[in-house]
Design a protein around this ligand. Structure first.
Ligand SMILES: C[S@@+](CC[C@H](N)C(=O)[O-])C[C@H]1O[C@@H](n2cnc3c(N)ncnc32)[C@H](O)[C@@H]1O
Length: 209
């Protein structure tokens, strides 16, 4: 059987830019037994579905309904999936700030990548003991770091499309280069991350609250 070609938007934004990040999601699935994920602000980044059987995508971009409504997306994911069952892919075309209609405490993993303050808006959908993977591009990792509902469990390094999960020496992360009191208000005002002495590409938190 010939391999189905990638959906054009996914190819343009993720394959052609060598930014699929499959290995990030693979490592989380393998090392932490992740079987379900919620991805607010996903745009068309369907790579979590290659390694996680049940993924719900949320994005307000106007291209979303057409993209996810195309059966070619399911076919393409089928051709790349690394697990046995049929992929469950759903999407909500809306703001993740509004109620997305998913039951609370229903996902193993919440994904926050370059799309605002997802940790606060969507943590209710994450299981207790579930994981949040966040980068600090928009300040969301810093926000999770000061949220008592989350504890830092790993830092994730990236080399191209290879990712490694570090669970030791976590004290060296989140040390600001310049003295600053990090508050939710400051982070929301800035809308971008803080300069840290040892930055990581993403951070992994466990929901404890
Ligand atoms: C820079 S893209 C990041 C896409 C993807 N997460 C990645 O890592 O490549 C930001 C995406 O977040 C979406 N977004 C931003 N704020 C949102 C909100 N409040 N609700 C839903 N989607 C949002 C935008 O529509 C856009 O598709």
């Amino acid at each position: 059987m010939p391999q189905p070609s990638p959906p054009p938007l996914y190819k343009q934004y993720f394959i052609d830019r060598s930014d699929e990040r499959v290995d990030l999601f693979r490592k989380l699935a393998e090392q932490f037994g992740v079987r379900s994920a919620l991805y607010p602000g996903s745009f068309v980044q369907i790579s979590p579905s290659f390694v996680i059987p049940r993924v719900v995508y949320v994005d307000s971009d106007r291209r979303i309904p057409r993209f996810f409504g195309d059966p070619a997306v399911q076919e393409y994911v089928e051709s790349r999936k690394e697990y046995g069952e049929s992929p469950e892919i759903r999407y909500h075309h809306q703001s993740y700030e509004d109620d997305i209609g998913e039951p609370p405490g229903n996902f193993d993993l919440l994904i926050s990548q370059y799309a605002g303050f997802i940790s606060a808006a969507c943590k209710r959908y994450l299981k207790r003991g579930g994981l949040l993977v966040a980068n600090d591009s928009h300040g969301d990792a810093s926000m999770a770091r000061i949220d008592p509902d989350f504890e830092l469990v790993a830092a994730i390094d990236r080399r191209g499309e290879k990712f490694s999960v570090k669970t030791s020496d976590l004290d060296r992360y989140f040390l600001p280069k310049r003295p600053v009191e990090i508050t939710a208000e400051l982070l929301r005002q800035r809308g971008r991350g803080i300069g840290y002495t040892t930055p990581a590409s993403s951070y992994l938190f466990r929901k404890i609250g």
